[in-house]
Design a protein. Structure first.
Length: 276
């Protein structure tokens, strides 16, 4: 008797039927073995995934790295040790009740185009540096020459870079009595750096004993870097130089720039830097 083999799409005899049955049994065994192997593999993968997932949930988040530039620290004894200054105007003299400059000061519109505040009655002098900057060195001096306020534009790219150049003895020679007191980066809306030092001699200045100097360099509203430095005798303390710089800085306005007077006063000489 012949049997129709549906798998092979043909009729077969009894011998062939037995051969086909053996083949079917063999294939069925292989399929069962393959199925068991597949189940085992899936079980192992499932266990591995579960272990990984559980471990991942407990894994700590990525570590944070501090990338913000930290302010320069004080390196001397002029003022409180450690930390940073504030804007640089905290030592400014108190403004006049009517909103004008502090008592004993006057607002000036300098011939070089900037506005600032200086002690009333001080004389003005100018040094033509031919440095290529917009304004030359301007000096305001007390009548006896023992105190001085200096204003000028610097050519370095930042306030701190400018002071670093000054501190480099190979570029700016100094007297044997020079001593750095502090170097700070005041916390201000724009970059700034402040150096305080003492020295026993300043070229072309009177012999008054030890000089105390506060040299503040900063980026102004016009994006340029300027310096305001105060010079005086250390013998009478150091607060007067800090006040002189702070008051001049508070009232400073660069050339061709609009700046309201401190305290919100308008008009008069208060917009001295406004030439727009």
């Amino acid at each position: 008797m012949r049997i129709y083999d549906s798998d092979r799409q043909e009729w077969v005899g009894p011998e062939r039927e037995r051969a086909v049955a053996l083949l079917h049994d063999r294939d069925a065994g292989r399929q069962r073995a393959a199925l068991r192997g597949t189940v085992a593999v899936l079980a192992v993968c499932g266990l591995a995934f579960g272990t990984w997932a559980l471990g991942w949930k407990d894994e700590p988040g990525p570590a944070g790295y501090l990338t913000q530039r930290q302010p320069e620290q004080r390196t001397g004894s002029d003022g409180a040790a450690g930390g940073t200054d504030t804007t640089g105007t905290e030592d400014a003299a108190r403004p006049s009740p009517d909103g004008g400059p502090p008592s004993g000061y006057e607002s000036v519109l300098d011939a070089e185009g900037f506005r600032t505040a200086v002690p009333r009655g001080w004389s003005r002098g100018q040094q033509d540096t031919r440095s290529g900057t917009a304004i030359d060195i301007v000096n305001y001096r007390s009548s006896d020459g023992s105190r001085r306020l200096q204003v000028y534009e610097v050519s370095e790219p930042s306030p701190m870079a400018s002071l670093q150049v000054f501190l480099d003895d190979t570029q700016v020679p100094k007297s044997a009595g020079f001593e750095q007191l502090s170097l700070t980066s005041p916390a201000a809306p724009r970059p700034a750096a402040r150096l305080a030092y003492r020295t026993d001699r300043i070229t072309d200045e009177p012999e008054i004993g030890v000089w105390h100097v506060v040299d503040h360099r900063f980026e102004a509203q016009d994006g340029k870097i300027y310096a305001i430095a105060a010079y005086g005798a250390e013998a009478d303390g150091t607060q007067d130089e800090r006040e002189l710089v702070a008051t001049a800085l508070e009232w400073f306005c660069p050339p061709l720039t609009y700046c309201p007077e401190p305290g919100g006063a308008e008009g008069g000489g208060g917009t001295g830097g406004d030439r727009t």
